[in-house]
Design a protein around this ligand. Structure first.
Ligand code: TYD
Ligand code: MG
Length: 465
């Protein structure tokens, strides 16, 4: 099949819809003038003269595949999110906002993979000396790191054929292009075709590939799902400029679970693993302040203590404000309604602001109880005793429901010095040194939280007369 006999397709640069004919408006996403003529996927592979592509695949004997082999990277949090390290021949996408620390993380990963085979770090964004500077700054070993400043995918594959690296890093997939494909760097077609070419190389040679991708304002890497479908693993790096926490999640993982997170702190010398995020997330807690409650969430298989904060303030607005940071705003609305109806809390005339501290976005209903108590605590201007942690889902009737892995959560709370835990009735056996207070409703939880005189309670009690 010659390239001329291939019928072109027209690919939308926004949503990657494929049409047989040019149209002014994309039928799928309704955007105008986004269809671009392209050689279809697969056609090029037949016509191309790349040595890697002309060699046909060989049948593999199932038992003989190197099953389960993984490259450990000496960065435990990274390996854990991947499900135990990088899989040879796999392609991973690391997505995140510009500046979040993607290049830094991957540089540390590349240096940590330490082996006789080198790592090929292709960068179209920075010069060799910039990468070298960063490597000096994070003080990683630089001997096994081959830095290739290029925008060409062909050049990356050529160099890989020559050097036989164990891992190829492409920083970033939006800035490289494949010469045989129309469209500029970053267009949906280029991103897809470049990723496909690198994926083919990875599968044929067993080389691991990490693609770095910038997330656009609407949260996508170059067109919805374009890359996500091609790669084996999608990692997301999150964090904000206000604090040093960086969270790594697997949004897709063909070789492991997707619910593990890795926690890092961005320091002066690169990313530092935070093996004990619970302690870190609650370390800066303002003791004795009202509206702050420690909740026990679950991230993957790991219990995680976080500080949930609420602030209620009288409002002059007819529609009081409700905001949520790191929490699901719908849960905030729901809990406010429950507290109004079941406990008669006058929140209709108050703004409510809710926060999870620690740069973590947690969508677990198990934090309901912490959030409800934080709202009550702020509303009453009464702090929660400092030795108390809570977890439980709250239903519409104000009932507190059990959540998975309650025992593990209690143990984690105890490990971090909490002596009392409020949780749903029936579920729990107490861990040593932790008293578990079983409750069935928010009302009971509130009574239990403030039942014992603590120094702080007395202070507020007297101030209230
Ligand atoms: P970078 O890895 O370049 O981010 P990305 O590749 O996601 O765009 O790092 C971004 C920020 O991290 C940069 O503004 C500087 C900061 N930084 C540190 O604080 N400490 C360090 O050791 C390094 C290398 C970077
Ligand atoms: Mg970068």
């Amino acid at each position: 099949m010659s390239p001329r006999s291939v019928r072109p397709v027209f690919v939308c640069q926004r949503c990657s819809f494929e049409a047989a004919r040019w149209q002014g408006q994309c039928p799928r996403c309704a955007e105008w003038n986004t269809l671009v003529e392209t050689v279809p996927v697969g056609a090029r592979a037949n016509s191309s003269n790349h040595s890697v592509e002309t060699r046909g695949p060989r049948a593999a004997q199932l038992g003989a595949t190197a099953n389960g082999e993984r490259y450990r990277t000496s960065i435990g949090e990274f390996d854990r999110v991947l499900g135990g390290g990088l899989v040879p021949g796999s392609v991973a996408l690391l997505a995140g906002d510009p500046g979040v620390g993607k290049s830094t993380l991957i540089l540390q990963v590349a240096a940590g993979i330490g082996s006789t085979d080198p790592v090929l770090y292709a960068t179209a964004e920075e010069s060799v000396s910039q990468v070298d500077q960063r490597a000096r700054r994070v003080t990683v070993a630089r001997d096994d790191l081959l830095v290739l400043p290029t925008e060409s995918v062909e050049a990356i594959i050529d160099e890989a054929n020559l050097r036989q690296p164990r891992l190829i890093v492409v920083d970033s997939i939006q800035t490289v292009t494949l010469g045989s494909v129309d469209g500029g760097a970053g267009s949906v077609v280029q991103v897809r075709e470049s990723a496909l070419a690198l994926t083919r190389y990875a599968k044929e040679t067993g080389t691991a590939v990490i693609l770095i991708g910038h997330v656009t304002k609407d949260g996508n890497v170059a067109g919805p799902r374009t890359l996500e479908h091609i790669v084996d693993v999608v990692l997301q790096m999150e964090g904000d400029r206000q604090n040093a926490w960086r969270i790594l999640r697997a949004a897709k993982n063909r070789f492991g679970a997707t619910d593990e997170i890795g926690v890092f702190a961005m320091e002066d010398h690169g990313l530092v693993e935070v093996p004990n995020p619970s302690a870190a997330f609650i370390a800066e807690r303002a003791r004795g302040a009202d509206g702050s409650v420690i909740g026990v969430a679950l991230e993957g298989s790991r219990p995680l203590l976080v500080e949930v904060q609420a602030l209620t303030a009288p409002t002059t607005l007819t529609m009081p404000r409700r905001t949520a940071n790191g929490l699901d705003i719908n849960r905030v609305h729901l809990l406010i309604a429950v507290l109004q109806r079941r406990l008669g809390l006058a929140l209709g005339t108050h703004d409510v602001f809710a926060n999870v501290i620690g740069g973590s976005r947690i969508v677990e209903p198990a934090l309901d109880l912490a959030l409800a108590l934080a709202i009550v605590s702020s509303h009453r201007a009464e702090p929660i005793p400092p030795d108390l942690a809570v977890f439980g889902e709250i239903g519409l009737n104000g009932e507190v429901r059990g959540v998975p892995r309650a025992g593990q959560r209690v143990v984690e709370a105890g490990r971090l010095g909490f002596r009392r835990v409020i949780a749903a009735g029936r579920t729990i056996r107490s861990a040593a040194e932790v008293e578990v207070i079983a409750v069935h409703s928010v009302r009971e939880a509130i009574e239990a939280a403030w039942s014992r005189p603590s120094p702080m309670r007395r202070v507020t009690a007297t101030s209230h007369g």
